[in-house]
Design a protein around this ligand. Structure first.
Ligand SMILES: [Zn+2]
Length: 113
């Protein structure tokens, strides 16, 4: 999959660990996720693999309990694209800066991989 930015750049989503792609979670969902993690950690269930799978399903299962949306930043113009619950993307332009690597937390340096 790729997104055609309004500046003309193609934002590619074709591999893992993309430095200009992220996931965004609401504050409420984040604290719900922490509660679920705490529940699994404190569980007396000894099947830790099953608990780990159940925790993964909370985020990535067929009916996830926690909503996490994708977010992308164009590495040419800095425009941010954020998806809604349907997967539709909404663009936001930077104001007063030219920073185009806001999602590259570990600073790999090569945003065009
Ligand atoms: Zn762009």
């Amino acid at each position: 999959m790729w997104i055609k930015c309004k500046c003309g750049e193609a934002i590619k989503d074709t591999f893992d660990s993309i430095p200009y792609k992220g996931r965004i979670i609401s504050d409420k969902e984040f604290f719900d996720l922490l509660d679920i993690a705490e529940e699994k950690i404190k569980s007396e269930d000894n099947d830790r693999d099953r608990l780990a799978r159940e925790f993964g399903d909370v985020l990535w299962g067929s009916t996830p309990r926690i909503r996490v949306n994708f977010i992308y930043q164009c590495i040419e113009c800095g425009r941010i694209y954020m998806e809604d619950e349907t997967g539709e993307l909404y663009g936001f332009m930077p104001e007063g800066h030219e920073k185009c690597n806001l999602l590259d937390f570990k600073g790999s340096g090569n945003l065009k991989e």
